[in-house]
Design a protein around this ligand. Structure first.
Ligand SMILES: [Fe+2]
Length: 203
């Protein structure tokens, strides 16, 4: 397997409407990089022959040691999180907007439900918009570095959008006020990335 540490798709200060540059620097250059390095260490002495992608690895993650799940999840989830944000916000459009409105009536009520799910998540984890195995949109929580591609996740599916609610994602600016972070996050959501992921699942 060959895995790369991904480039951040914008400058460290580009998301200042939600995330300050110092937090982004620590989060990307320290936390995310450490998960990547520890993942590479963990797979060095593990037989992963024939497994070329993290997605394939996650589908059988329960067969591997916890360090592979924890750090591989940290690698994948953060990469997805960076792509779930943009300095050039625009509203959700197209088939994904239609699907969200079918399920939650309006984008605003979807955002309210997602915000509640993120606010209520106990301790460290992630909140996802996914297309589940029955082709239904769902908002789910995962704990630690689990994700909906992992066989250990109770609700599996394809990720469309994710929010990191570990304290390291917001503590410097927002302290213990996670709701303030989540409220600001909606100003930097990358709907195009979510729309593209949704379209990929319908080709
Ligand atoms: Fe994080």
């Amino acid at each position: 397997m060959k895995f790369q540490f991904p480039e951040l798709p914008y400058a460290l200060n580009a998301l200042d409407a939600c995330i300050d540059a110092q937090t982004m620097d620590l989060h990307y250059n320290k936390h995310h990089r450490k998960y990547y390095e520890k993942f590479m260490e963990a797979i060095e002495h593990t037989n992963t022959q024939g497994i070329e992608t993290l997605e394939k690895l996650f589908s059988n993650i329960s067969k591997y040691e916890p360090a592979i799940k924890n750090n591989g999840g940290g690698l994948y989830n953060h990469s997805f999180f960076w792509n779930s944000m943009t300095p050039n916000y625009r509203d959700c459009i197209g088939p994904l907007k239609t699907a969200i409105e079918k399920k939650w009536k309006t984008i605003e009520s979807f955002e309210k439900k997602f915000t509640e799910t993120a606010t209520d998540l106990f301790a460290s984890g992630w909140v996802w918009l996914i297309l589940d195995e029955k082709q239904e949109l769902q908002i789910i929580q995962t704990h630690n570095h689990e994700n909906p591609l992992m066989d250990v996740c109770p609700t599996k599916g394809s990720p469309l959008l994710v929010l990191d609610v570990w304290e390291h994602a917001y503590y410097l600016r927002y302290k213990n006020e996670r709701p303030g972070f989540i409220q600001a996050w909606w100003k930097v959501v990358n709907w195009k990335h979510a729309e593209d992921k949704y379209a990929d699942l319908h080709r």
